[in-house]
Design a protein around this ligand. Structure first.
Ligand code: DX5
Ligand code: ZN
Length: 221
């Protein structure tokens, strides 16, 4: 089984204090920092772009886990690669050429991630799995933090894990949306090893304690 990693979503930060808040999440055990880029077109919300990804990637040595919720992401892959992303995740629904996007991310020397919205089945991305370093299963409709966790998405993680293991592939499986200490164990038992969490970590008063609590709940045995 892959090691469990916490990827706090910076969407829940107070951006005036983001550096300090990310450091507290790191002290609580986070290994990744999840950066949600939204364009107001692919999702009905705007968050931030390259300048913020650059500042936040630079202010920490956590793995910069960039989640692109943007239409036609191939246009911006090089920009986010040079902004300091370590992992760049695109949406299967956002492009006509998933393969070209994943290849381009890897050609930039970055890890390639592929995400699916709740209505997209795993079968839609099977052909691309050999090109993925990470698959991100949305457990809410993308666009906003603080939504309710959709437990009925978890069978997708199991399907991905079983396919990966049967075909000798190596991608990580990430869950994003409404993840908290209450459902972390369920996520891990279903096959996820990267837990993205916004409100339940960087949205809390005690960020370090919240990260520790979530990881404790997630670690089985
Ligand atoms: C939602 C984003 C998430 C969001 C998670 O579209 O992709 O990463 O920040 O926030 P919570 O954990 O509050 O659902
Ligand atoms: Zn996200």
């Amino acid at each position: 089984m892959k090691r469990i990693k916490l990827s706090p979503s910076a969407l829940s930060c107070n951006f005036a204090n983001a550096g300090i808040q990310i450091e507290l999440a790191k002290q609580g055990g986070a290994e990744y920092i999840h950066l949600d880029v939204m364009d107001g077109v692919f999702v009905p919300n705007i968050s931030f772009g390259q300048p913020v990804v650059k500042s936040l990637s630079k202010c920490t040595d956590l793995v910069s886990d960039v989640h692109l919720m943007i239409t036609d992401p191939i246009r911006y892959i090089e920009d986010f690669a040079s902004a300091g992303a370590d992992i760049i995740t695109i949406h299967a629904e956002a492009t006509d050429d998933v393969e070209a996007c994943l290849n381009k991310i890897r050609a930039c020397g970055k890890k390639a991630g592929l995400s699916i919205k709740p209505k997209t089945p795993v079968s839609a991305i099977i052909p691309y799995l050999p090109l993925c370093d990470l698959v991100l299963v949305m457990t809410v409709e993308p666009g906003f933090g603080g939504q309710k966790f959709m437990a009925d998405m978890l069978p997708k993680c199991t399907e991905l894990r079983d396919y990966r293991d049967a075909h000798d592939l190596d991608f990580e499986i990430s869950v994003d949306g409404g993840v908290s200490a209450d459902n972390a164990k369920m996520c891990v038992l279903s096959g996820a090893n990267v837990l993205v969490a916004g409100s339940s970590v960087l949205g809390k008063e005690d960020i370090k304690g919240a990260a520790e609590e979530l990881l404790k709940a997630a670690n089985i045995g």
